[in-house]
Design a protein around this ligand. Structure first.
Ligand SMILES: Cc1ncc(COP(=O)(O)O)c(C=O)c1O
Length: 385
């Protein structure tokens, strides 16, 4: 029997596997920050291993961390929450995402999802028995989720609207005006808003990020997730949160208790240090991403690659359709010929075969070298070789 060509996520894993086999591989697609976790956070975790390992954490998390989260979402996002009843600490953004979807979506409910989007939303919806109502976004308009298209996607089954700003993989953002309109739509149709703020500290070109829950009248219908993975380079620590109105958070707490119980107390103590300690590492990382973004965009411009301008996040969703090959083939040739890996768009959305997801999560020298090698492959393809 002829072997089926891998596609989507299985293709991605195959490419990652092949890249691992090369000593000089450069991964331009990775999604986790390349920086070390700041040392004062690591020190707090070490202390917690000795002093707090027997602490008991309630399912919703240690109160001291919930207080630090409440202060953070007030300071950064202008969201008011009661740390006693309106904050749940989670195992990273991933668990937060699942809990949010499971808390709101019942079988048969539709959730509006601007596409392309982080693909775990599709997985969590499938587990909840929900239906993804896709609203497509396009590079020409910087992958803007058009409120008119959202309105048009509403049916009598629509229960929730997903707003991820800045977004992964397209790095689109939702402007303050659009965010207000999204809230109006949600209020008119009595929809829940699921907000994912995980990239909120990484915005560019004077873009102003507004969390939907901070808008008047929004809090009661909004659950907001965030995590320390991106902002403090703590992917492996598995620490995130959801904030929202007390009635819904009671449901989230019930689910959290049933699924995994309290999050690791070692990580929670690290999280307290992250949120209440010095913030200069966060600013240093944000500044590095700003420089690297410029470097990547300049290199793509030199290759003739189009993209939606990333005004936030750590990605660029690059349109390589002009090469005449789809991104699976381009990504395959990049890995095999030049040992450089970018993620094919089809791993994020079946309709995005012309795109590659590239990220800024490599030191500048690595990025430069990876982009130099990518250009060799693109130039060869365009020259018909
Ligand atoms: C938009 C978005 N939400 C949630 C997550 C999950 O984050 P975590 O790594 O904290 O599980 C990611 C991870 O890449 C993401 O891009």
């Amino acid at each position: 029997m002829k072997k089926k060509k891998p596609s989507g996520t299985s293709l991605l894993y195959q490419l990652i596997g092949e890249a691992r086999g090369y000593d000089d591989a450069i991964v331009l697609g990775r999604g986790d920050p390349d920086f070390d976790t700041p040392p004062h956070i690591v020190a707090a975790a070490k202390r917690a291993m000795v002093e707090h390992y027997q602490d008991h954490s309630p399912p919703q998390g240690l109160l001291a961390l919930r207080q630090a989260i409440a202060e953070r979402v007030k300071r950064v996002n202008n969201i008011d929450v009661d740390p006693e009843t309106e904050v749940v600490v989670t195992n990273g953004g991933q668990e937060a995402l699942f809990l949010m979807v499971l808390a709101v979506i019942a079988p048969g409910d539709e959730m509006i999802v601007p596409e392309p989007n982080y693909n775990t939303y599709a997985d969590s919806l499938a587990f909840a028995g929900g239906i993804k109502a896709e609203v497509q976004t396009y590079a020409e308009s910087d992958f803007r989720a058009d409120p008119a298209a959202v309105r048009a996607a509403i049916t009598d089954k629509t229960r929730a609207l997903l707003l991820v700003s800045p977004n992964n993989p397209a790095a689109s953002v939702i402007s303050p005006a659009d965010m207000r309109e999204m809230l109006e739509i949600a209020s008119e149709h009595d929809l829940m808003i699921l907000a994912d703020d995980i990239y909120d500290l990484f915005v560019y070109d004077d873009f102003e990020h507004i969390s939907p829950a901070s808008l008047p009248g929004a809090k009661e219908r909004t659950l907001t997730l965030n995590a320390l993975s991106k902002s403090y380079s703590m992917t492996g620590w598995r620490l995130g949160w959801i904030v929202g109105p007390a009635d819904l958070m009671a449901r989230v707490t019930e689910l959290k208790a049933a699924i995994s119980g309290g999050t690791s107390v070692i990580s929670q103590h690290a999280g307290i240090a992250a949120l209440t300690g010095p913030q200069d590492a966060v600013e240093m990382m944000a500044e590095a991403y700003r420089r690297r973004r410029r470097l990547v965009l300049d290199a793509l411009d030199a290759m003739g690659v189009r993209y939606g301008m990333p005004q936030g996040g750590q990605f660029v969703f690059a349109d390589i359709g002009f090469t005449g090959l789809d991104s699976a083939e381009v990504a395959q040739r990049m890995v095999s010929e030049q040992h450089v890996l970018a993620y094919p768009g089809s791993a994020f959305s079946k309709d995005r075969k012309d795109y590659l997801r590239m990220t800024f999560l490599q030191p500048e020298a690595q990025l430069r070298e990876g982009l130099r090698r990518m250009k060799i492959v693109i130039d060869k393809i365009v020259a018909g070789k």
